[in-house]
Design a protein around this ligand. Structure first.
Ligand code: FAD
Length: 382
C-alpha cells in the first residue's frame, strides 16, 4: 500500500466505486479504502433510473448493465387491498426515447461487482476501516483500524450513513430512525411457477401506512425481489438488520391482495432493516475533505434514487475536479456542492415523503436529467 496518495476515497460502495472509476478514467491518481474484507452478493435489488444509466454510459458499463438487468415497461402503483391501478408510469421504450437511457431493475450485488471490475487493479484496499482523520492544511492523515496510515491530498468520504468523514466535519450524531422498517427478500423464479398470479415486472402495492415494492432483478426473470416499508415504533434490535419471517410479514400485510400473500409464501429468507435518515447537512466539504452519497444526503429509499444520487454526485465531483485541476480542489468542492445540493436535497425530501409515482405524474425531472448536459454554475439557486 502506498504511503502517500493524491485522492483517497473512503468506502467502495455504489457511490465510492463510481467515483473511483470516473476519476481514474479522467486521469486522476486514486486509491480506495474499504472497511469490508471483501464483498459478497447481498440479497437485495435496486432500481437504476435513466439519470444514473447516463453516468454508467460514461463509464462504459451501460451495455453490460442493460444485458444483466430487467427492463420493466411500466412502474405500476396498485392499491394493496383492491388491486386497483393507481398509476401506470411508462418506462421501457418510453424511457429510452423520452429520458435518453434505459430504466432497469437489477441485483445490487451484480451491479456492484461490475462497478468494482472497472476500477484499476490494485487500487482498492480491503479491510481498511478508517478510524482517524487529520487535515493539517497541507495534507490529510488517514489512520486505519489495522494500524496502517496514509496521507492524501484530498479525501472523498463515500462511507455511507455512518460516515467518519461526516463525523469529522460535523461531530458525532447518530442517524435518525424513521419509524419504518424494510423487509427484503429475493424469491427464486421457480418458487412462483405454482401460482396463477401475474407477477408484474415492477409494481408497488400501497395502503395508507405501508407498501411493498416488487420487481425482477435479472433479465431472465429467474429472480424476483420485494422490499417493504412498514411502520415499527423503535429499532430495538441489535445489528444493521435482523431476520424476519413469513408469519410476521403475513400479519403485517393481512388483508392485502392475494398476489402479495403468495409472494410472501414463496420466500425462503426474509430480512428486516431499519430505515434511517438525516436532515440535510449544512456543509458537504471543508478543507481537503468532501462527501458524497449517503454520507451527505441519506434518505428513506422510496424513490429508488439514493444510489442514483450517489452516482450522480460522483460524476459531478469528477467534472468539477476536471474543470479546476486537483490543486484548486477548494473551488472544485464549492462548484460541486453548488451544482448538486438543490437536486439531491429535493430527491431526499420527495423520497422521504413516500409519495413518488403513487398517482399518475411526470417523473421527467428525475429520469430525464443528464448531468453531462448541465452547465456548471457558480451561483447557488437559493
Ligand atoms: P454505501 O452503499 O452505504 O457504501 C458505503 C461504503 O463505505 C460501504 O462499502 C462501507 O463498508 C464503507 N465504509 C463505511 N465506513 C467506513 C470506514 N470507516 N472505513 C472504510 N470504509 C467504510 N437506491 C437506488 O438508487 N435505487 C434503489 O432501488 C434503492 N433501494 C434501496 C432499498 C433500501 C431498503 C435501502 C435501505 C436503500 C435503497 N437505495 C436505493 C439507496 C442506496 O442503497 C444508497 O443510497 C446507496 O447504497 C448509497 O451509496 P453510498 O456509496 O453513498 O453508500
Amino acid at each position: 500500500m502506498k504511503e502517500s496518495v493524491k485522492i483517497a476515497i473512503v468506502g467502495a460502495g455504489l457511490g465510492g466505486a463510481a467515483a473511483a472509476t470516473l476519476l481514474q478514467n479522467a486521469g486522476f491518481e486514486v486509491e480506495v479504502y474499504e472497511q469490508a474484507p471483501e464483498f459478497s452478493r447481498l440479497g437485495a435489488g435496486i432500481h437504476v433510473g435513466p439519470n444514473a444509466m447516463k453516468v454508467f454510459r460514461r463509464m462504459g458499463l451501460e451495455k453490460q448493465l442493460e444485458q444483466m438487468g430487467s427492463h420493466p415497461d411500466f412502474w405500476f402503483s396498485r392499491d394493496g387491498n383492491s388491486g386497483e391501478y393507481l398509476s401506470r408510469i411508462p418506462l421501457g421504450e418510453w424511457a429510452r426515447k423520452e429520458y435518453g437511457a434505459s430504466y432497469i431493475t437489477i441485483h445490487r450485488g451484480d451491479m456492484h461487482a461490475l462497478q468494482m471490475s472497472s476500477i484499476k487493479p490494485g487500487t482498492v484496499h480491503f479491510g481498511k476501516k478508517l478510524e482517524t482523520l487529520e487535515d493539517d492544511g497541507d495534507q490529510v492523515q488517514l489512520g486505519f483500524a489495522d494500524g496502517t496510515r496514509v496521507t492524501a491530498d484530498i479525501v472523498i468520504g463515500a462511507d455511507g450513513i455512518y460516515s467518519k468523514i461526516r463525523e469529522t466535519l460535523l461531530g458525532v450524531e447518530a442517524p435518525t430512525y424513521s419509524g419504518w422498517v424494510a423487509h427484503r427478500a429475493l424469491i427464486r423464479g421457480e418458487n412462483l411457477v405454482k401460482f396463477a398470479d401475474e407477477f408484474e415486472d415492477c409494481v408497488k402495492w400501497w395502503t395508507e401506512d405501508r407498501h411493498m415494492m416488487v420487481y425482477y432483478t435479472t433479465g431472465k426473470r429467474d429472480e424476483y425481489y420485494f422490499v417493504t416499508g412498514v411502520p415499527h415504533e423503535a429499532w430495538d434490535f441489535q445489528g444493521s438488520f435482523v431476520d424476519s419471517s413469513q408469519e410476521e410479514m403475513l400479519a403485517a400485510f393481512e388483508g392485502y391482495n392475494p398476489t402479495v400473500q403468495n409472494l410472501i409464501r414463496s420466500t425462503e429468507n426474509i430480512t428486516k432493516w431499519p430505515l434511517l435518515n438525516r436532515n440535510p447537512l449544512p456543509i458537504w466539504s471543508r478543507g481537503r475533505l468532501v462527501m458524497l452519497g449517503d454520507a451527505c444526503h441519506p434518505m428513506k429509499p422510496h424513490m429508488a434514487q439514493g444510489a442514483c444520487m450517489a452516482i450522480e454526485d460522483a460524476a459531478m465531483l469528477t467534472r468539477c475536479l476536471e474543470a479546476t485541476g486537483l490543486s484548486d480542489y477548494r473551488t472544485a468542492f464549492e462548484l460541486y456542492e453548488t451544482n448538486r445540493k438543490e437536486r439531491a436535497s429535493k430527491v431526499q425530501s420527495v423520497s422521504n415523503a413516500n409519495t413518488f409515482l403513487l398517482k399518475q405524474e411526470d417523473p421527467a425531472w428525475v429520469y430525464g436529467y443528464d448531468l453531462y448536459e448541465q452547465d456548471l454554475t457558480t451561483q447557488n439557486a437559493n
